[in-house]
Design a protein around this ligand. Sequence first.
Ligand SMILES: [Zn+2]
Ligand SMILES: [Zn+2]
Length: 262
Amino acid sequence: MEKIIGVAHIHSRFSYDGKLSLPELKSLFQKNNLRFALVSEHEDDFDEKKWIALVEECQKLSDDSFLFIPGLEINYAGGHVLCFGLNQPISYMKGIETLKEANKAGALIVFAHPHRSRYRVGEELQQIINGVEIWNSHYDGKWSPRFLSYKLWQKVNREDKKIFAFAGLDFHDLHHLHGPRLEVASSFSIEAILKALISGSFVIKKDEKIISAFPDLNMFPLFIKSFLSLCILGGYKFAGNIFSFFPKSWKRKIKLSLRKNL
Ligand SMILES: [Zn+2]
Ligand SMILES: [Zn+2]
């Protein structure tokens, strides 16, 4: 057993809005001392052929030092659900049937950025998910989990079905890199890392901050940090409109430097 640090909720160019290829991502992640990445491409334009191409490229780029764990981000009830570690093609029926199939195939299933679904998890979905993404640094900022997502996790996590708190980068471009990491105590294989994650044997790490997969967070500081983080992101988006007349390459550089830690 060793402590292995990686990142989750990664989009490459296999997604219509991902900016980096898988080889570029591997090199970036390795430079940042990360050893695995849970990939979750948007399912929108996927078919079996594209899925097989993704799995093959993930396998080709995985070695003794780094692992890509393939997966999809499935559209469901106006929101998104992450399915990681799918090792067989699933039908693209969309919605709950796809998710049930992924669940049966042993995938790790996480309810993504709950605010986009207005914090609603249907009964059927609740039976299937392993975790709730309490911290999506793309939408929630890089300071803190989102208060209301944490509250949702508290609500759905029950004694008879343990659901863990999860964190992802929702990585599409370089400025998404410095969000929360996942640390698992596991041997170094896709199967072992997935098993550790599914059983909730991991912690969320961001700089000095360590959050358990079953956290008991102090509500008031969490509320303040989450509120401030969202205000800063709102301010940043407003400022983005001011920069909108700048050339594209300038805007990307400004975005990268401003959002590095936001
Ligand atoms: Zn999403
Ligand atoms: Zn995403």
